[in-house]
Ligand binder design. Structure first.
Ligand SMILES: Cc1cc2nc3c(=O)[nH]c(=O)nc-3n(C[C@H](O)[C@H](O)[C@H](O)COP(=O)(O)O)c2cc1C
Length: 357
């Protein structure tokens, strides 16, 4: 209807209508921008742009609740709480009694994981090792004693406790110099023109396994990488984004970085999927670079129709949100690279002093 109406107008008339609508929109924005409640009203009355995010966050929270009883290959609650225990174990000075407020919850979810036997082996081992260490060093009170009794009742894999905190000085040294790192950073550029050469999925998996050493909030790692190594599939999905005009069909392999909102019980953490996934994505691009593969991050726009298309094509659940796409391939040596001037510390660093009185 909207499209049909627009055919009745000349190009100048359409431009004039668009500009008038924009003016009205900015007028409304000025009216509604200064109060949180008015902003919510604006998005209720005049724009549905946040609808998908609201629904996805709520669906994520609902599924989080379900994940407390039905444990899958990974448990967000277990990961978070085991990490909290790790932080308690390395606290300086370590408290004699700690984690009283969440140890029962942690052991309860651990026991479910053991019973249901769905958790991946490394995660189960990490949880077992850290809990064992915790119950070895903590001073007992009634709550901790009860949790300990519950923990002891579980059947655990018998192996050496290797997934526990360790001293900084035992970390392997990194022989990478500042100059080496700058060379790698300079070498990684957004590459949009590739050789028509298949990308080996094993190389991507190899890179993923080091990229995901990236930090993530409470070590939940709420993301995954959907890999399209068939060039036809890669181009099909690349065309769904907005920023691939002219080069989508040239992309031999594509990664869709997907964030999982079911890792969180509360809205306050709804942005963490984007942060954690992006930290890993950056490392992934650098790791791929060292394997001879070039990349280009591709913006994923939060536009309802495009979201629905991607959801359908990739079989994404509603709470699984595309964070970005990433083209991967062997660079065409003759292909152009945008200069893309970078801001430096002069613009990016602000010295802040808080005067104390
Ligand atoms: C989140 C994100 C989204 C991007 N989206 C696109 C895109 O849609 N299309 C594109 O050609 N480049 C895209 N880029 C690449 C940027 O244009 C590029 O990173 C920037 O110009 C700096 O150049 P460099 O990557 O070569 O250093 C994106 C980069 C990021 C980080």
């Amino acid at each position: 209807m909207k499209k049909w109406l627009f055919t009745l107008f000349s190009t100048e008339q359409k431009a004039a209508v668009k500009s008038r609508l924009l003016e009205i929109n900015f007028f409304l924005i000025r009216l509604f921008a200064h109060r949180a409640l008015l902003s919510s009203l604006y998005y209720f009355l005049f724009s549905r742009q946040f609808d998908r995010e609201h629904k996805a966050v709520l669906q994520g929270r609902m599924l989080y609740q379900g994940s407390l009883s039905q444990i899958g290959r990974s448990s967000a609650l277990l990961r978070r709480n085991i990490h909290r225990l790790e932080k308690g174990l390395i606290m300086q000075p370590r408290r004699a009694v700690f984690a009283t407020d969440y140890i029962n919850e942690t052991v309860a979810v651990y026991l479910k994981a053991v019973q249901q036997a769905t958790l991946c082996e490394a995660e189960l081992k990490w949880a077992t090792d850290v809990l064992t260490e915790y119950f070895t060093v903590v001073q007992y009170n009634a709550v901790i004693a009860k949790a300990r009794a519950m923990f002891s009742s579980a059947s655990k894999p018998a192996a050496a406790a290797t997934s526990i905190p360790y001293a900084y000085q035992t970390l392997p040294s990194a022989a990478v110099s500042f100059a080496d790192l700058s060379a790698l950073f300079l070498r990684r550029r957004s590459v949009r023109w590739y050789q028509q050469k298949a990308v080996e999925p094993e190389l991507i998996r190899q890179a993923v396994n080091i990229a995901t050493l990236a930090p993530s909030a409470c070590n939940r790692q709420p993301y995954r990488f959907d890999l399209l190594s068939n060039p036809l599939d890669a181009a099909d999905i690349a065309r769904c984004a907005m920023g691939t005009t002219g080069f989508a069909d040239n992309i031999p392999c594509l990664i869709v970085v997907v964030g999982d909102l079911s890792c969180y019980p509360a809205e306050r953490d709804r942005h963490v999927i984007y942060i954690d996934a992006s930290l890993a994505a950056m490392q992934l691009m650098l790791a791929l670079e060292t394997l001879g593969l070039s990349t280009c991050p591709i913006n994923w726009p939060d536009i309802e129709q495009r979201e629905a298309i991607l959801q359908q094509k990739l079989g994404l659940a509603y709470h699984e949100r595309p964070v970005m796409l990433m083209a991967v391939g062997y660079a065409d040596p003759q292909g152009g690279i945008a200069f893309s001037q970078k801001k430096t510390d002069e613009l990016l660093v602000r010295d802040v002093r808080i005067s104390s009185g």
